[in-house]
Design a protein around this ligand. Structure first.
Ligand code: ZN
Length: 151
């Protein structure tokens, strides 16, 4: 199952990407425009169909919990911080040497592991931000997340 969020659930889409669950973002105005094979996540009741899930909540945290209740198989797909939050592309491991000069000096000095988006070349590393996001996601989902970027 491929997930696609429309513009009414942009923040949810970003949270899914943080969890490592691929989710496209697209402006969908009509049921016929839902990408083939995708489950559309939306707030718009006008898009109700067998290929959409209408999220009856405004807050992304509640939307996320609702989605996991409706689609429990998503639990198995969680791989935190393995996707680019902007492109939805799978990040590639890169060596420290490769990111020299491309990340701030203090980051280069303190971080050991880096990943890069093959589409936009943005570089990711587990920093303090990462820890906060993980904690927030764990609070929302009510269970710990294993994170293969730790250590
Ligand atoms: Zn990217």
């Amino acid at each position: 199952m491929r997930l696609c969020g429309d513009l009414t659930v942009g923040r949810l889409v970003k949270w899914l990407r943080m969890l490592g669950i691929p989710c496209d973002l697209a402006a969908v105005k009509r049921v016929e425009a839902i990408p083939e094979g995708a489950l559309l996540l939306t707030r718009a009741t006008s898009l109700k169909s067998k290929n959409s899930l209408i999220l009856p909540y405004e807050k992304p945290a509640e939307q996320l919990r609702y989605l996991f209740r409706k689609e429990p198989t998503l639990w198995e797909k969680i791989r935190p911080f393995t996707l680019c939050l902007l492109c939805n592309a799978e990040l590639e491991e890169v060596s420290r040497e490769e990111v020299f000069g491309l990340v701030p000096d203090h980051v280069f000095k303190t971080q050991k592991r880096f990943r890069r988006c093959p589409q936009c070349n943005r570089i990711y590393w587990p920093g303090s931000h990462h820890g906060l996001m993980k904690k927030r996601l764990e609070e929302v989902l009510g269970r710990p997340l294993t994170d293969d970027q730790d250590g």
